[in-house]
Design a protein around this ligand. Structure first.
Ligand SMILES: *[C@@H]1O[C@H](CO)[C@@H](O)[C@H](O)[C@H]1NC(C)=O
Ligand SMILES: *[C@@H]1O[C@H](CO)[C@@H](O)[C@H](O)[C@H]1NC(C)=O
Ligand SMILES: *[C@@H]1O[C@H](CO)[C@@H](O)[C@H](O)[C@H]1NC(C)=O
Ligand SMILES: *[C@@H]1O[C@H](CO)[C@@H](O)[C@H](O)[C@H]1NC(C)=O
Length: 393
């Protein structure tokens, strides 16, 4: 059994590092925003050196957008949604420009070419908007209600240098038409020339991997170890089941962890500190557990008792911290409510199961104890009865 254990520990330890080398960098991921504003997804637009960042709130159909474009400070820039068509006509635009030394932002529906830009309201509700200019780039910030509650929208952007009456005016429409992209605010996919960002997709993969591994497999493995070993017929099957759960949990968990660290390093200037630190602590503890397998003293060794205490302490800490961190992850990722509810359901089921099994195994242990008393220790050395649960391992 010892050599098997070592092999399992070895696989456990090295496989994740092979699995967790994926994911390619996107330009837009390194951009940061004033007041540390955060966005879950971004995409680099191929035209006019611009990027768009956003967070979609599925609960109310709103989206927080940051549109950034490198442009001379004397020019105006515009980002728009066209709820009914593609291109500029019919688009509802945000425009940013410099006036009297400060950056202004206005909204204007664009009903026709050569339209006079006015500061008018749009077809959809705008909850917040602002703009800034730094490092040679304008950024338009807006929180808006997606028209028709649709997550796919035609988006349009443009820049120009002419003004009339202090407001932006038509850009020359020779060879410099409005840039257009159909953007899916939910998936981050874009149909057109822009490169769809896979950040949201990768964050979801990170979330699913970590919830399954740290959040389900590892606690399940603990339940197996704690309760199945009471049944004599489950020895040594419980041990292998425990190792399989913890090992696959560790492998998937480290893959998810690696992706999380990668996502964290890509989001420069924005760090979810407690989620990240907990994640690193978890990884360290779980890795310690794998190493502890290699150092496990034999059952008869006097240090086995202390090893067990250590193994339980680290193991239970990992479970508790994992569950806390998964809920922190839910808060960051803001997935649809059903995912959080599903996870709460699974954890509650495992918790309920543990309580039932705890009662059942204590009943069994107490019964064995009384049987042993009546046999007056005749079988006292044979089997499990009479010892506290913790010493079975
Ligand atoms: C959009 O959807 C949200 C939630 O699904 C709802 O609360 C809101 O009223 C909807 N808005 C419109 C304009 O349909
Ligand atoms: C929409 O939902 C998000 C997240 O749930 C919230 O932060 C935001 O304030 C809501 N916006 C509106 C206009 O209700
Ligand atoms: C545009 O209109 C809004 C709301 O009516 C107003 O607060 C803002 O000052 C106006 N901006 C300009 C540049 O006219
Ligand atoms: C909203 O959706 C309805 C039905 O899907 C469609 O008929 C209508 O044209 C849409 N409105 C806009 C502004 O896209």
């Amino acid at each position: 059994m010892a050599s098997n254990t070592r092999l399992l520990a070895f696989c456990c330890f090295f496989l994740p590092f092979l699995l967790s080398s994926s994911a390619q960098a996107q330009d837009c991921n390194s951009e940061t925003f004033s007041s540390n504003k955060l966005y879950s997804t971004c995409t680099s637009l191929s035209d006019l050196a611009s990027t768009i960042h956003w967070t979609y709130h599925s609960t109310n159909g709103t989206v927080d957008v940051a549109y950034r474009i490198t442009q001379s400070s004397s020019d105006w820039v515009s980002w728009a949604i066209n709820p009914t068509s593609t291109g500029m006509i019919g688009a509802d635009a945000f425009l940013a420009y410099h006036s009297a030394g400060t950056v202004q932002i206005i909204t204007s529906p664009l009903s026709s070419y050569g339209v006079t830009i006015a500061n008018d309201s749009l077809a959809f509700t705008v909850y917040e908007m602002s703009a800034d200019y730094s490092n040679g780039a304008y950024t338009i910030y807006a929180t808006l209600q997606l028209p028709n509650n649709s997550t796919t929208q035609n988006t349009v952007w443009q820049a120009g240098s002419s003004f009339s009456n202090g407001l932006p005016s038509a850009h020359p429409n020779t060879g410099n038409g409005a840039q257009n992209i159909n953007l899916d605010f939910l998936s981050g996919q874009s149909a057109s020339t822009g490169s769809g960002s896979s950040t949201l997709h990768r964050r979801n993969i990170h979330g699913v991997l970590c919830a399954i591994s740290w959040g389900v497999l590892l606690p399940l493995g603990v339940i197996i170890a704690r309760y199945l070993k009471v049944f004599k017929s489950m020895d040594p099957a419980w041990f292998y089941l425990h190792i399989i759960c913890q090992c696959s949990g560790y492998i998937l968990g480290v893959a998810g962890w690696g992706l999380g660290i990668k996502l964290g390093s890509e989001s420069k200037g924005i760090t979810f500190h407690s989620h990240r630190n907990l994640g690193i602590t978890l990884f360290a503890f779980a890795t310690l557990q794998v190493f502890a397998l290699l150092l496990r003293p034999h059952k008869t060794n006097k240090y086995r008792f202390y090893w067990n205490i250590y193994h339980y302490a680290v193991g239970y800490s990992v479970i508790v911290l994992s569950i806390i961190n998964i809920f922190k992850g839910f808060d960051i990722l803001e997935p649809e409510k059903k995912w959080k509810h599903a996870y709460i359901g699974i954890i509650a089921t495992l918790g309920g199961l543990a309580v039932l099994l705890e009662a059942a195994t204590w009943a069994i242990v107490l019964q064995r104890r009384s049987e042993e008393k009546s046999h007056h220790g005749a079988n006292g050395t044979n089997g499990y009865g009479g010892r506290p649960l913790q010493q079975y391992a």
